[in-house]
Design a protein around this ligand. Structure first.
Ligand SMILES: [Mn+2]
Length: 261
């Protein structure tokens, strides 16, 4: 899970099927579509998704297709995430309840099947399943063989970095969750307050109106699907680039994580 920073990285927060905003962000970052339909950067930069590329928003299949093709071509990286894991298990035929926007993915697949037929749909589902199941809980990016940046979906403890087991995978997917509150929402503990040292941790999952910077950790989920914005964090430039959401796609008006603050 160690990768050299190379010619620079563009970390992208939770896209949640907001494909238009994602393409706009790529264009702002200087990526261009080549003759094979792939987005490349003239300086050889690469895209790093923090997961949750699908669900809630309008175009899950397009977003998953993007990462399927770009990860395969070595142009992007994507890590595991809570929605990603749920969809992976659903695609694997396991019994899961599709909610919190995951049901939109099923609807998209039904429409896809009507348009392209059963065989093509099954092939695509299988490819998505493999991509999602094989995504690691986190990546460590290095410069001159020194660990510089870690990316994870919902959080990580310092002692987990560089290791992988089912407990670590769950922590990275859901964060430090200690039960549910009376409305059934997870009670989240602030794992990032415990982070020590120079290693930069970039994470998403928990939408904040602006990037939250604490102890060398940065949350770059600015809730594009809730009508917020999609964030890119450029490394090593340490620069934020944003695209505003065209609308609030989530349908959530009350208790919206972006507007309630
Ligand atoms: Mn998430």
């Amino acid at each position: 899970m160690r990768i050299d920073v190379g010619n620079g990285l563009d970390f992208i927060g939770d896209i949640h099927a907001c494909y238009d905003e994602f393409l706009e962000l790529l264009s702002k970052l200087g990526y261009q579509k080549n003759d094979n339909g792939l987005y490349t950067h003239p300086n050889g930069r690469k895209i790093v998704s923090l997961g949750d590329v699908m669900s809630r928003g309008p175009e899950s299949i397009k977003c998953m297709m993007f990462f399927l093709e770009h990860v395969k071509a070595g142009l992007a990286y994507m890590i595991d995430s809570n929605h990603g894991w749920k969809i992976a298990r659903w695609l694997d035929g396991r019994k899961v309840q599709l909610r919190h926007g995951d049901e939109n993915v099923e609807i998209e697949f039904m429409e896809y099947e009507k348009k392209y037929g059963k065989q093509k749909t099954e092939t695509l589902k299988k490819k998505f399943k493999t991509l999602l199941m094989e995504s690691p809980s986190h990546y460590i990016f290095t410069q001159n063989n020194k660990d510089k940046v870690v990316c994870t979906h919902a959080g990580i403890k310092d002692e987990y970095i560089g290791k992988e087991n089912s407990q670590i995978k769950n922590f990275c997917r859901y964060g430090d969750v200690s039960g549910m509150d009376e409305t059934g929402k997870p009670i989240r503990k602030d794992w990032f307050k415990e982070h020590k040292g120079d290693l930069l941790i970039i994470w998403g999952h928990d939408p904040k109106p602006e990037p939250l910077i604490v102890n060398n950790t940065i949350n770059i989920d600015q809730g594009v699907v809730f009508g917020g914005k999609l964030t890119a964090y450029r490394y090593p430039e340490q620069e934020f680039i944003f695209v505003e959401a065209a609308k609030n796609y989530s349908g959530r008006e009350i208790d919206n994580p972006i507007t309630k603050h």
